[in-house]
Design a protein around this ligand. Structure first.
Ligand SMILES: [Ca+2]
Ligand SMILES: [Ca+2]
Ligand SMILES: [Ca+2]
Length: 219
């Protein structure tokens, strides 16, 4: 029979463990705080340096300046190859509002060199004018953004309506050479959908306004 039968608490570890934990934790927190004090000053200074560098060198602007997905129509994955480029019901980042196919034309076809990269979009598909849309992610309500793109109209018979958030921003009649168009829009303006829409409205004759380099970004 144990002599400690009635004084079991002597062998109980609960209390001891709790005391150890409190002491050790307090020590670790104290150590952590002192390390943090030293490190945070350095990290803060480093962060500011990096921020200054990125802002000065326009790295931030470049990154945020092209927030459309596939705005230059360079991603032809999943599209069917044709003699003049690629076509498909939709293309990365873009869908058609009126069920027209995307005609992504290869640079050089018909003597037209892409404004940017190797491809541009013909807004007049077969059989008709296309209306394309993309929803921008991560826009902030009320913040100003620049929406821009390049356009060209070989025939002089086509026009494009430009919409932001469901509201008409402009109607353009592009020239025979690439021209650029730029607008200032606000996050959540119009119906709050944060959508870019380009609607071809010219003569429906298979050849439409060519568009390229659709970009969107903060100033
Ligand atoms: Ca392009
Ligand atoms: Ca066409
Ligand atoms: Ca046309």
């Amino acid at each position: 029979m144990s002599a400690f039968k009635d004084i079991g608490f002597l062998t109980a570890e609960d209390g001891a463990v709790t005391v150890d934990w409190v002491v050790l934790t307090a020590a670790m927190v104290g150590l952590g705080l002192s390390v943090m004090g030293v490190v945070s000053t350095g990290v803060e200074s480093q962060s500011e340096d990096i921020s200054d560098y990125m802002t000065d060198s326009n790295l931030v602007k470049t990154y945020f300046g092209l927030r459309t997905v596939n705005g230059s129509f360079e991603d032809v994955f999943g599209l069917a190859a044709t003699s003049w480029g690629h076509r498909g019901a939709s293309t990365e980042g873009w869908t058609s509002l009126n069920g027209q196919q995307f005609e992504v034309v290869e640079s050089g076809h018909g003597g037209v060199i892409a404004y940017d990269g190797d491809y541009f979009l013909d807004m007049d598909a077969s059989p008709g004018n296309n209306s394309i849309v993309q929803t921008l992610e991560d826009t902030r309500p009320g913040e100003e953004y620049t929406l821009s793109f390049a356009a060209l109209d070989r025939q002089g018979s086509n026009s494009v309506e430009v919409y932001w958030g469901g509201e008409l921003v402009d109607t353009i009649n592009a020239g025979r050479d690439w021209g650029t168009y730029e607008y200032t829009v606000r996050g959540d303006a119009g119906d709050g959908s944060n959508t870019i829409e380009l609607r071809e409205t010219g003569t429906s004759n298979n050849v439409g306004t060519y568009v390229d380099a659709i970009s969107f970004g903060a100033d």
